[in-house]
Ligand binder design. Structure first.
Ligand code: ADP
Ligand code: MG
Length: 361
């Protein structure tokens, strides 16, 4: 994999940089995403390159102003410290707009306004490639997707990894290779289907697996504990029955219930989890412990987050909602590393090869 670090003078060159701005509106969430890609942009600017930023946002296959990237312009401009110009044209005329402009940093409108993006379409990738002299992937969070701006584009331009992508690979590889023990994996959130891969892959390396949210409810189901209408997925009951034979996997010993639903982990469970966290040397956390968007059910996740940040462990947190949660709690800077990847982080930690990273090697 060629790194942007290997590039020297870039005067007269234009970098086409894939970043990830796929976040819902919300000042704090935006700031986290934008902040993460600033180092690569500044690096390229310092070496004299013009920069064309590309990203997708939302689930759409056609033009839909609801998902315009225009809203990011003020924040990007402030974060980079240079005026960012918005390319609100189709991909073909964007080339002329760049050539005619005296600007140095540009942001192209949402790639998902073209259905070719998700089809990894070569023709579309070729059109995109005309916007730059070389390509940089700094979008780890999208690198598990075989999209034109992630994979096909690398056929048409010399391609490099960005600084954020490299930081993600470096930090997450530490977990894959030789995590310091005890190693505790904490899995919450809604859908256990997204999480089983990582539980199974890391299973042998872990000393503790602490469950919350939907995965915990499914485990309780496997234990024969009634869970009413709580979020769970009974397809995974057999697997959990097998895993629960080992003592290292833990289910909350006390939960917060409202009506027929389990909505958070309760103080007794927090105390037990905190004891394990305190003696851990490596912690990976994905998925909130409860329905934290409702402040009545944020306490379990908050107590858990504080226990992790107080521990001396090398701690990695990831996932869209989990990142939103720790941002809300103003704890982002207290973890060793906050991954910008949700699905991508889980796939990476499951040992899967990410197409976007493979395309660079
Ligand atoms: P991430 O985006 O961090 O990977 P997920 O997408 O897996 O996390 O899940 C996050 C969602 O799970 C949150 O919106 C949260 O409200 C929800 N959640 C967690 N625990 C529960 C629960 N017990 N009942 C209902 N929803 C829950
Ligand atoms: Mg999510």
């Amino acid at each position: 994999m060629n790194s942007v670090r290997s590039l020297r003078s870039l005067k007269g060159k234009t970098a086409l940089v894939r970043i990830d701005l796929n976040v819902e509106p919300g000042e704090e969430k935006h700031a986290f995403r934008v902040g993460a890609v600033v180092p690569t942009i500044r690096f390229l600017r310092k070496r004299g390159a013009r920069v064309v930023l590309i990203s997708h946002r939302g689930r759409t296959q056609q033009k839909n102003t609801l998902y315009s990237l225009k809203a990011f312009i003020p924040l990007l401009t402030r974060a980079i410290g240079e005026k960012v110009r918005f390319l609100d044209t189709n991909v073909v005329s964007a080339k002329d707009a760049i050539v005619d402009s005296s600007g140095a940093v540009f942001l192209l409108e949402n790639l998902r306004f073209y259905e070719s993006e998700e089809k990894n379409d070569s023709g579309f990738a070729r059109l995109l490639s005309r916007l730059g002299d070389f390509y940089v992937n700094d979008a780890f969070a999208v690198s598990h997707r075989t999209n034109a701006s992630i994979v096909a584009i690398t056929k048409y331009l010399p391609s490099y990894s960005g600084l954020l992508l490299e930081a993600e690979i470096k930090n997450l590889s530490r977990i894959m290779n030789t995590p310091r023990r005890p190693f505790t994996l904490i899995i919450g959130g809604a859908k256990i289907a997204d999480k089983v891969g990582v539980i199974e892959k890391l299973w042998r390396k872990t000393d503790f697996v602490l469950l919350g949210g939907g995965p915990a409810n499914t485990a309780m189901l496997a234990q024969g504990i009634p869970i009413g209408d709580s979020v769970a997925d009974k397809t995974y009951v057999p697997l959990l029955k097998k895993l629960l034979k080992k003592k290292k996997i833990r289910v909350p010993s006390e939960v917060v219930i409202r009506g027929k639903k389990i909505l958070d982990i309760a103080p007794l469970a927090v105390v037990k989890y905190a004891e394990i966290i305190k003696k851990s040397k490596t912690i990976v956390w994905n998925g909130p412990m409860g329905l934290f968007e409702d402040k009545r059910y944020i306490k379990g996740s908050e107590a858990l987050a504080k226990a992790i940040t107080k521990s001396k462990a090398f701690s990695i947190v990831g996932g869209g909602e989990t990142t939103a949660l720790i941002t809300k709690l103003k704890l982002v800077k207290k973890f060793s590393f906050v991954s910008t990847g949700g699905g991508a982080m889980l796939e990476f930690l499951s040992g899967k090869k990410l197409p976007g990273i493979e395309a660079l090697t």
